[in-house]
Design a protein around this ligand. Structure first.
Ligand code: SF4
Length: 100
């Protein structure tokens, strides 16, 4: 990943068991915050102008500071769908940052 627009656009929430203070979890728990009894989110993404605290650098060209341990939702967001078309989530995030 070397864009980062989506990391500064959406609330990045996921099942709490992905955090490493749960058995089998891998996302550093101290980079997350509790949303509900079963959901956490990446710190910095649950505010009006979200930006994940783990995002390093300027968009575009920013890097994930916990890339190998990022939550599933980050792994699943693709810039292109199976037909090779840009995905809505990616397009919206890039547009919000003035990117094509
Ligand atoms: S964990 Fe990494 S990939 Fe996920 S939102 Fe934060 S900076 Fe982006």
């Amino acid at each position: 990943m070397n864009c980062g627009a989506c990391c500064a656009m959406y609330r990045v929430s996921f099942y709490w068991g992905e955090a490493d203070d749960a058995l089998g979890g891998w996302v550093p728990a101290d980079t997350t915050e509790q949303l509900t009894p079963t959901l956490r989110c990446m710190r910095g993404t649950s505010i009006k102008t979200p930006r994940c605290e783990q995002l390093q650098g300027q968009i575009p060209g920013a890097l994930c500071g916990i890339y190998e341990n990022r939550p599933s939702v980050c792994r699943e967001l693709e810039p292109y769908d199976a037909d090779g078309k840009p995905t809505d989530q990616c397009t919206r995030a890039r547009a919000a940052h003035g990117l094509p």
